[in-house]
Write a protein that binds this ligand. Structure first.
Ligand SMILES: [Zn+2]
Length: 134
């Protein structure tokens, strides 16, 4: 992508180019790495709500994780529109799962707890039958 398609540069070009713009120093900031400088630049970009400078200077690990999650959701909807319409299937444990996620559900903590609880009930039942307590 050409840098001239970025909103900031488009705005500058539409208003007469760099000759018609002023650039002001906001802060002198001591840092050791470029990453530290980008973090500080991002702080000021957000502080001034710089709507024309819509590109983030720095993204935190949590922001990247959230972005990737949302991006993958959108890609999945575009790539697999029918897959997302699959109805959930009920499970004997009380939970629900989509057919494609059955194996994941069967290994889930909720389902495993249900299996253990069911096995314990069966053991109690067998013990009761053996000692004629029913
Ligand atoms: Zn289940």
């Amino acid at each position: 992508m050409s840098k001239h398609k970025i909103k900031l540069y488009t705005t500058i070009n539409l208003n007469g180019g760099w000759d018609c713009c002023d650039m002001a120093l906001i802060e002198e900031f001591d840092c050791e790495t470029k990453r530290q400088a980008e973090c500080r630049e991002e702080f000021w970009r957000r502080e001034y709500k710089a709507t024309k400078n819509s590109r983030k200077c720095h993204t935190t690990a949590d922001e990247k994780k959230e972005y990737n999650k949302e991006f993958n959701k959108k890609v999945n909807i575009i790539k697999n529109p029918l897959r997302n319409l699959q109805p959930s299937e009920p499970c004997e444990c009380g939970g629900h799962y989509k057919h494609r996620n059955k194996a994941i559900h069967l290994r889930s903590q909720n389902h495993q707890n249900y299996i253990i609880k069911k096995q314990n009930e069966n053991i109690k039942l067998i013990l009761c039958e053996n000692i004629n307590c029913i």
